[in-house]
Design a protein around this ligand. Structure first.
Ligand SMILES: Cc1ncc(COP(=O)(O)O)c(C=O)c1O
Length: 390
């Protein structure tokens, strides 16, 4: 199924190339969720028959999610977003250490959910490890930053802006040998490359549903069996007292359905198709538009996204012109209400943050989406470059 859709009947067909921000919901998720939006409403914590229906549905979804991420069902704690999973991991690791002064090791290319939760408490000292020009941090450099008072090492599995895969497993092994809790943020990677809690060797791992074709409003923190872990959201005994608050049953059921589509070869099939599309988009762009460079590692990378630097013209006018011509992409920069902010990830890599855009595909992308991009991108860049010189 192509993502090429019309927003209104009069609009040009759209090419949606921003799956790394959020993917459309898979039809299997919609089907699985509908009965829980329409018919089964009960609090899954109640003992009546209605409550048992929603409880059973959550437990089935938990098994499906656990199955995709190489975890035991009891290791899956559902949260409302990847951001919440990350906040819970960081806060929980610091709270369980229970020290007055905390030391955390992280990296310069983490998502703001990681950076902001690490720097939130004035009593936390944060060591931030830098990256090379591909956006990769070095496992030895991260481990060298671990000290006797380190309460947490938190690193990503893959970078969300440039797609570079990171040595998270080597870091998890090394840090755990020193008795330090390790959190891996796999929100950008989940559903696109193998994420296996056991193989990763991490204590905690965050994954999110909406970037792999599941619904928004649900995600999970995988918590290794045996890890004592205080809840971040308190006030209820849900999720075995590890996350208070009533469960979003339809969303959790949808997450389970999305996960079920990705096991038994589903992820590999989709990743291969995604790689073919991003390769074609990259090759077509480099061939037709001079002065373009691809950021990040070109081989050890997520299959579904590419970050392109465009010389001589800023990202914002390109994004707006692409949007007007029916193509949705994201910039390497982040959106504030006023303007595009320079990307800390690209700045840490030492590349030009004003001139990049990220194109990403997903489970329903097709050649038509790439064609839509290639049909208009060269003309837009040429026009904007001409405007700059006149
Ligand atoms: C690496 C990474 N971590 C965490 C998040 C936050 O996930 P969510 O959008 O589910 O809150 C994102 C989302 O962009 C991400 O890319």
């Amino acid at each position: 199924m192509a993502t090429t859709t019309a927003l209104r009947a009069s609009d040009v067909p759209r090419a949606y190339l921003d799956h790394a921000s959020s993917s459309p919901l898979r039809p299997a998720c919609v089907e699985a969720m509908l009965p829980f939006l329409r018919d089964h409403h009960a609090d899954p914590g109640r003992l009546h028959a209605e409550g048992r229906v929603t409880r059973v549905a959550i437990e089935q979804a938990r098994e499906q999610v656990a199955n995709l991420f190489g975890a035991r069902p009891r290791e899956v704690v559902f949260t409302a977003s990847g951001t919440e999973a990350v906040n819970s991991a960081v806060w929980g690791a610091l709270a369980r250490a229970g020290r007055e002064h905390q030391h955390v090791v992280t990296t310069a290319v983490e998502h703001s959910a990681v950076i902001e939760s690490c720097t939130r408490l004035p009593t936390t000292e944060v060591t931030v490890v830098g990256v090379d020009r591909t956006g990769r941090f070095d496992a030895d450099a991260v481990l060298a930053a671990v000290r006797p008072d380190t309460a947490l090492v938190t690193v990503q599995l893959a970078n969300h802006e440039v797609g570079t895969l990171q040595p998270a497993a080597a870091i998890a092994t090394g840090a755990r040998e020193r008795g330090v809790v390790v959190h891996v943020d796999a929100c950008a990677a989940a559903g696109h490359v193998d994420v296996d809690l056991g193989a990763l060797g991490a204590d905690l791992c965050s994954v999110t549903a909406h970037k792999l074709g599941g619904p928004k409003g649900t995600a999970a923190l995988l918590v290794r069996r045996g890890l004592r872990f205080p809840p971040f959201v308190v006030g209820g005994a849900q999720e075995r007292a590890r996350r208070g608050g009533i469960e979003d049953v339809p969303a959790i059921v949808g997450f389970g359905a999305a996960a079920a589509e990705l096991v038994d070869g589903g992820l590999e099939r989709e990743a291969e198709a995604a790689r073919a599309l991003t390769d074609r988009l990259t090759a077509g762009t480099l061939e037709r538009v001079p002065g373009v460079e691809r950021f990040g590692d070109h081989t050890a990378c997520l299959p579904h996204l590419v970050c392109l630097g465009v010389g001589g013209v800023e990202a914002e006018p390109i994004l707006l012109a692409l949007d007007q011509q029916g193509v949705a992409v994201h910039s390497g920069s982040s959106c504030s209400s006023e303007a595009l902010e320079p990307s800390p990830v690209l700045a840490a890599m030492g590349v030009d943050a004003d001139h990049s855009l990220r194109a990403s595909v997903g489970w329903c992308s097709s050649d038509a989406d790439v064609d839509g991009f290639l049909a208009v991108f060269p003309g837009i860049v040429e026009r904007l470059r001409r405007l700059r010189t006149t």
